[in-house]
Write a protein that binds this ligand. Structure first.
Ligand code: ZN
Length: 231
């Protein structure tokens, strides 16, 4: 199975689906993680520059990926914090990547989340923007030959995605048991030291997240998704 994760920032996929990635990789599936920005604004120290943050986070992301079993990493180099202004370019890039990579399954942000829970991760507009662009591209742009004929002329055939798993969703209906790979997930998230280096109990936080995700499904430690079946 070919799986493509499409998320806004370094660490999004590792926190929400790192265990699932580790399981897929252990099962020898083809797993790629495309990150739309370098997360270059994600630092609290005003003496840092975006260029330095981008380099730091790229190294962290590489180490995290190694901890999970080595998904292929790709960057689309949109501007951190400005994805919801990227409109047409974002739609085109999402469609192009899907046609290039031709995944069976896509993992992305839930663009529909928000009400009624208004969970904090959904407050970041980059998450909503990537989710919307990727879901739209999967549903009708990538499979439609009349969308972006220049991509077709460049040899990128239309592609139909079978299934989308939405992270950060308020409408969860699918969980993956990550009990056997939980330690790998903790190691991966810990590699994002610029984001979590000062967390007093990162393992406890991730354990609580996984336990809460699994409880309604009778799974000890889980990652949860909203599953959309497209074909
Ligand atoms: Zn994010």
């Amino acid at each position: 199975m070919k799986i493509l994760l499409m998320t806004a920032h370094p660490d999004d996929a590792d926190i929400m689906a790192g265990g699932t990635m580790a399981r897929w990789l252990a099962e020898r599936h083809d797993v790629s993680s495309a990150i739309f920005t370098r997360g270059e604004k994600g630092h609290d120290d005003p003496s840092m520059t975006s260029v330095r943050v981008a380099a730091l986070r790229e190294a962290e992301q590489r180490a995290a990926a190694t901890a999970l079993g080595g998904p292929r990493l790709m960057y689309l180099d949109f501007i951190d914090g400005e994805l919801d202004w990227a409109g047409a370019a974002l739609a085109e890039a999402a469609t192009r990547l899907i046609r290039q990579e031709r995944p069976d399954v896509i993992v992305t942000h839930d663009p529909f989340a928000g009400a009624p829970a208004y969970r904090v991760p959904q407050l970041h507009p980059d998450h909503r923007a990537v989710g919307a662009a990727v879901v739209d591209a999967s549903y009708f742009r990538a499979p439609g030959p009349l969308y972006y004929p220049a991509q077709g002329a460049a040899g990128l055939a239309p592609h139909r995605v079978r299934e989308i798993l939405l992270i950060m969703s308020d409408h969860v209906d699918h969980v993956v048991d990550i009990s056997s790979v939980f330690d790998q997930k903790v190691r991966a998230v810990r590699e994002h030291a610029s984001q979590f280096g000062r967390h007093p109990d990162l393992e406890g936080f991730l354990r609580g997240l996984a336990a809460r995700a699994g409880r309604p499904f009778g799974v000890p430690l889980a990652e949860s998704f909203k599953r959309l079946t497209l074909s």
